[in-house]
Design a protein around this ligand. Structure first.
Ligand code: NA7
Length: 536
C-alpha cells in the first residue's frame, strides 16, 4: 500500500533469552517502547529450551550471570558452582521480576520474516500466524546454538516410541526407569546427559560418530559461607573477568611448553587436571591451540586420562578422538561420563565402523545390527551461529536477503551489524567475541543500547554498516583465526553441520581475538561518533 507504515514500537527484539532480556531492560531505561518476541512459552532462551537431564553450566555460576547491577548480584544466591538448568531458568525469571520486564515480553511468537521497508525506515516482522509487528529499530537475540537439527538418516519420523531432541526437551521430566534408550551424538550435551540417563535406564546405547575430548567438571554445592565470600568478591571478580581473553575467571598461563621438561609438564598438567572446569583447556601452555607438536603432547596426556577410567579397552579406545587434537573443538565438561561406560547397561556403538542405515518404528538399524528402543534421545546439536539467522527470512535494503549475503560465510561489521540491514543490531551474531556468553551479551547489548541512544538523540532514522567496514572487520576476523587449530577442524564452531544442506564447508564464524581487544575496537568506533557507519 502507499500508506506510510508507522512503527508500533521504537524497538523490537527477537528472542527472549539473556540477550533479549537485557536488551529489553536497556531499552526501557532509555524510555523507548520495546517488545521482545519469543518463540517459547517463557523466558530463558538456551536455558528454557535445554532442559535435558544433566543440563548445567560448564562455567562458574557466579561468573556466568549479569554484572550490570550490584543489587541483583547481591540478591541472587547460587547453590552450585556449576548451576543446573532449573536454577539458571529461575535466575532469568528473577531478572524479569526485578527489572519488570514481563509486560514487554510476548511468548509463543515465532518470527518467520523480518523485512526492512526502505520508504518508511521501518522493520516489519511477521510471525508464524501471519501477525506483523513494526519498529524503527531491531535487535536480534536469537542465540548461537538455538536451531536444533536432527540426523539426516532415513526413517527419523517413523519411530513410534518417545523421541526427543535434547534442545526441545519436554517440561514434564522423561522417566527412563526400566527403558531401553538410544542416544545419538557425543557432544557437550550428550556428555552431560548420558551419565544421568544411565542411572535409571535399563539399557543405554550410545551412537558415536566423532569422539570428543572431555574433562572433569568437579561440580560442588555452594555453602552459605561460600556464597557470602563470593558476594564480597564480586567487584574483584568483575575486574578479573574483564581482563581475561574469553571473559572466564581462568587466565591463560602464558608460558611456553618448550621451556619445560616432560616431567615438569606432567606435574603442571596433573595440577590443571585436578582443578574444576575449564583450566586444563584455558590455562594451559600458550602453544596448545596453535602448534600441532604442542597439541600432540597435551592430547597424549588427555588420552591417558580417559584410558585410565574406562574398563573395557575397546570402548576406551573408541572414546579417544583420533581425528582432532585436544581443545580443537569445544571441550565438554563431564561428571562421570567415562565411568558410565563401565556400567553393564551402557554400550557404545561406533558409527564410523557401522553407520546408520535407518531409524525404524521401534529402533535403529546400522550396517551391522538391529536395535530396539523405547526412547530415542537426539543429542545431535544445532545449525549453529548463522543457523538461527537462516531460519528467518531477513530482507534489507533493495530486498537483499541475509541468507544469500552469508551463503559463503558471514560478513559483518564488529559482529554487531551488517551492510544492507540498517537499524538492525545483533547480540551474539557471528564474528562476535563469545567465550563467557553472558559477559559478551552484556557488552554487546550495552554497545547497542548506546548506539540506539545516539540515534535517538541525533534524530537518526537510518544507521547502516558500510561495505568498507564489513570488509575490514571480516578480513580482520579471518586473519585472527588463521593459525588456530580449532579453525581447521569440523565442528559447530566452524559452522559445519553434516545434517544441513549448504553447511558442509568450514567458515570463520567467531571472532577469536581477546574480549578486551574486541571491546577496545567497538569502543573506538563509538568514540568517533560512529563515523564508520552511514547515518541519516
Ligand atoms: P554438538 O557439540 O554439535 O554435538 C552434536 C553431536 O551429535 C556430535 O557428536 C555429532 O557428531 C552428533 N551427530 C549429529 N548428527 C549426527 C548424525 N547424523 N549421525 C550421528 N551423529 C550425529 O552439539 P551439543 O548439543 O552436544 O553441544 C553444543 C554446544 O552447547 C556445546 O559445544 C556447548 O558450547 C554447549 P559429529 O561430531 O558431527 O560427528
Amino acid at each position: 500500500s502507499l500508506e506510510p507504515v508507522k512503527p508500533d514500537y521504537d524497538v523490537l527484539v527477537i528472542g527472549g533469552g539473556l540477550s533479549g532480556c537485557y536488551a529489553c531492560h536497556r531499552m526501557k531505561e532509555l524510555n523507548l517502547s520495546v517488545k521482545v518476541l519469543e518463540a517459547g512459552t517463557s523466558v530463558g532462551g538456551t536455558w528454557y529450551w535445554n532442559r535435558y537431564p544433566g543440563a548445567r553450566f560448564d562455567s562458574e555460576s557466579y561468573t556466568y550471570a549479569f554484572y550490570f547491577s550490584p543489587e541483583l548480584l547481591d540478591e541472587w544466591k547460587w547453590t552450585e558452582h556449576y548451576a543446573p538448568q532449573a536454577e539458571t531458568e529461575r535466575y532469568i525469571r528473577f531478572l524479569c521480576d526485578r527489572l519488570k520486564l514481563w509486560d514487554h515480553l510476548q511468548f509463543n511468537t515465532y518470527i518467520d520474516s523480518a523485512h526492512w521497508l526502505d520508504q518508511d525506515r521501518v522493520w516489519t516482522l511477521t510471525d508464524k500466524s501471519g501477525k506483523t509487528y513494526n519498529s524503527r529499530f531491531l535487535i536480534t537475540g536469537i542465540g548461537v546454538l538455538s536451531n536444533p537439527t536432527l540426523p539426516n538418516v532415513p526413517g527419523v519420523a517413523d519411530f513410534k516410541g518417545e523421541a526427543y531432541h535434547t534442545s526441545r526437551w519436554p517440561k514434564t521430566p522423561v522417566d527412563f526407569t526400566g527403558k531401553r534408550v538410544g542416544v545419538i551424538g557425543t557432544g557437550a550435551t550428550a556428555i552431560q546427559a548420558i551419565p544421568v540417563i544411565a542411572e535409571t535406564a535399563a539399557q543405554v546405547t550410545v551412537f558415536q560418530r566423532t569422539a570428543n575430548w572431555a574433562i572433569p567438571l568437579r561440580n560442588a554445592k555452594i555453602s552459605d559461607d561460600e556464597m557470602e565470600k563470593i558476594r564480597s568478591g564480586y567487584p574483584e571478580m568483575l575486574i578479573r573477568i574483564n581482563e581475561t581473553r574469553m571473559g572466564f575467571m581462568h587466565s591463560a598461563c602464558g608460558d611456553s611448553i618448550w621451556d619445560y621438561t616432560p616431567e615438569e609438564r606432567e606435574v603442571f598438567w596433573e595440577k590443571l587436571w585436578a582443578l574444576p572446569g575449564f583450566p586444563f583447556w584455558l590455562s594451559n601452555y600458550k602453544e596448545i591451540m596453535v602448534d600441532e607438536k604442542a597439541n600432540d603432547l597435551v592430547t597424549a596426556f588427555a588420552a591417558k586420562k580417559t584410558k585410565e577410567r574406562v574398563h573395557d579397552p575397546w570402548t576406551a579406545d573408541k572414546l579417544i578422538p583420533k581425528n582432532h587434537g585436544f581443545g580443537t573443538r569445544r571441550v565438554p565438561m563431564e561428571t562421570y561420563y567415562f565411568e558410565a561406560y563401565n556400567r553393564p547397561t551402557v554400550r557404545l556403538v561406533d558409527l564410523l565402523e557401522t553407520p546408520f542405515e535407518r531409524v525404524t518404528e521401534d529402533g535403529i538399524i546400522t550396517t551391522a545390527e538391529e536395535f530396539k528402543f523405547d526412547i530415542l534421545v537426539y543429542a545431535t546439536g544445532f545449525d549453529a551461529v548463522t543457523g538461527a539467522f537462516d531460519a528467518i527470512d531477513f530482507r534489507g535494503t533493495n530486498d537483499h536477503s541475509l541468507r544469500d549475503e552469508w551463503k559463503d560465510g558471514p560478513r559483518t561489521y564488529l559482529g554487531l551489524t551488517v551492510e544492507h540491514f540498517p537499524n538492525m543490531w545483533m547480540s551474539m551474531g557471528p564474528h562476535q567475541a563469545y567465550g563467557n556468553i553472558p559477559r559478551s551479551i552484556e557488552y554487546a547489548v550495552g554497545w547497542i543500547a548506546e548506539c540506539i541512544e545516539y540515534c535517538r538523540d541525533h534524530d537518526i532514522s537510518y544507521f547502516e554498516a558500510t561495505a568498507a567496514g564489513v570488509q575490514d572487520w571480516t578480513d580482520h576476523v579471518h586473519d585472527l583465526g588463521k593459525d588456530l587449530l580449532s579453525n581447521k577442524v569440523d565442528s559447530w564452531m566452524t559452522g559445519v553441520n553434516k545434517n544441513v544442506a549448504g553447511k558442509q564447508k568450514r567458515i570463520v564464524a567467531r571472532y577469536m581475538g581477546s574480549a578486551p581487544e574486541f571491546r577496545e575496537k567497538c569502543k573506538e568506533v563509538a568514540n568517533t561518533d560512529y563515523s564508520t557507519f552511514t547515518k541519516m
